[in-house]
Each structure stands twice: as structure tokens, then as C-alpha cells.
Design a protein around this ligand. Structure first.
Ligand SMILES: Nc1ncnc2c1ncn2[C@@H]1O[C@H](COP(=O)(O)OP(=O)(O)OP(=O)(O)O)[C@@H](O)[C@H]1O
Ligand SMILES: [Mg+2]
Length: 195
């Protein structure tokens, strides 16, 4: 079977598992994950955070983003290029959550925020449909994150946020699929960086 077929199958399975979670479960798990992210940030020097604004039954990030902004962190969110064929995204600073507007995929974006260059980011929180304990990541299939991660300096700490149901044994990957350094679920913090 082609790698793209295996990925498609795994996406469908993971999508189904996530849809099986109730909204209450999603909210409770998301709150625990946000608490774990917060605890990690409190013991780290990072101030410039790349994040994502959650959509549907992803690990919710809105409350965390609001809390980070209030605490004076700089938070940048993806803005998908209006030239959809390029399948690229930039990260732009959020001034306030109320000023976000729906982008190409209906996800809220800081479209007029200041562009943050990849080298300026210190830590990045990533969504995903599935992660493995070695840091492999399965996205929604657009390659947006893989393209962006390719531009990111290796020292930027990449953290996947996921419900424990999204942790799988292994994910079929190609050369362009980039790994995360850590996965945080409502149950555990999984370090993935080799060595
Ligand atoms: N750095 C890159 N340069 C060019 N094409 C890329 C790059 N990364 C990924 N792609 C292309 O994007 C497509 C989708 O990739 P893949 O299936 O890995 O998506 P994904 O990881 O699930 O999505 P996302 O990164 O948006 O979360 C593939 O056809 C792949 O060749
Ligand atoms: Mg990929």
C-alpha cells in the first residue's frame, strides 16, 4: 500500500476516535493539557510562542492563548496564504483574540498582525491528528506544517498537543514529515527528542 493510502486510513481512524469524544471530554482534556503547557512555560525562558487557534474537536487552545496574552507573552498564529496553491502559511502576532478573523479554512487568524519570522519563534505548539511516542506527526494532509517546520531553526521546541486517544504506535512518514520534540496529552508529557 502507498504511504499516502496508509496515512489516509490512519487519518480516518483518528478522526473517528476524536469525534467519539464528547464536548465535555474535549474541554476537560484540553484544560489539563493547557495546564501542563503553562507549567512547562513557567519553568522556561521562552517568551515568543507559536501556537494554533483550535478548530472543532482539536485540543482547545483559546483559553491558553488568552492567558498567555494577559501574562505578556507574545503569541503568533498561522495565517494561510490566500494563494491557496502555494499551501504555505506565515505566523503573525495576535494582539487580541477578538480581532481574529476566519481565514481560508474558516480558522481564526491574525491577518493583520505583524509577521514573525521562523527564527524569532522560541517554542511552537502544533495540532495533529495523531502522534507517535517518537515524535512522528500526522496532520490533516495539506503539508502546511511540514513546509513551515522546514524553515524553522532546529532549536525551536516543537510540542504536539493531543488527546491520549491520538497517540499511536507508529505513523507512516516520508522524508518531508518533520518530527516534534515533545507531545503533551491530558495524561502525560512525552519527550521525543532523541539522545
Ligand atoms: N517541505 C515541503 N516541500 C514541498 N512539499 C511538501 C513539503 N512538506 C510536505 N509537502 C507535500 O505536502 C503534501 C502533504 O503532506 P503530508 O501528507 O505529510 O501532510 P500532513 O503532515 O498531514 O499535513 P500538515 O503538515 O498540513 O499538517 C505531500 O504531498 C507532500 O509532498
Ligand atoms: Mg506530514
Amino acid at each position: 500500500m502507498e504511504i499516502s493510502d496508509t496515512k489516509r486510513q490512519l487519518r480516518a481512524e483518528c478522526h473517528q476516535k476524536i469525534q467519539g469524544l464528547s464536548l465535555t471530554e474535549v474541554n476537560e482534556k484540553s484544560a489539563r493539557i493547557a495546564t501542563a503547557v503553562w507549567a512547562l512555560l513557567e519553568t522556561s525562558p521562552y517568551r515568543m510562542i507559536g501556537a494554533y487557534f483550535s478548530f472543532g474537536k482539536e485540543v482547545g487552545t483559546e483559553a491558553l492563548i488568552r492567558r498567555l496574552l494577559v501574562a505578556g507573552y507574545q503569541v503568533a498564529l498561522p495565517v494561510v496564504s490566500s494563494q491557496q496553491s502555494r499551501r504555505e502559511m506565515d505566523f503573525r502576532l495576535v494582539e487580541q483574540v477578538e480581532a481574529l478573523v476566519p481565514g481560508v479554512f474558516g480558522i481564526l487568524e491574525p491577518q493583520h498582525g505583524k509577521v514573525v519570522f521562523p527564527e524569532e519563534l522560541e517554542i511552537m505548539l502544533l495540532p495533529g491528528l495523531a502522534f507517535s511516542r517518537t515524535g512522528e506527526r500526522l496532520g490533516r494532509g495539506g503539508g502546511y506544517y511540514d513546509r513551515y517546520l522546514a524553515k524553522l531553526p532546529p532549536e525551536v521546541l516543537k510540542i504536539g498537543l493531543a488527546f491520549s486517544e491520538q497517540i499511536v504506535k507508529t505513523i507512516p512518514t516520508a522524508e518531508h514529515d518533520l518530527k516534534v520534540d515533545m507531545v503533551i496529552t491530558e495524561e502525560e508529557v512525552i519527550p521525543c527528542r532523541a539522545g
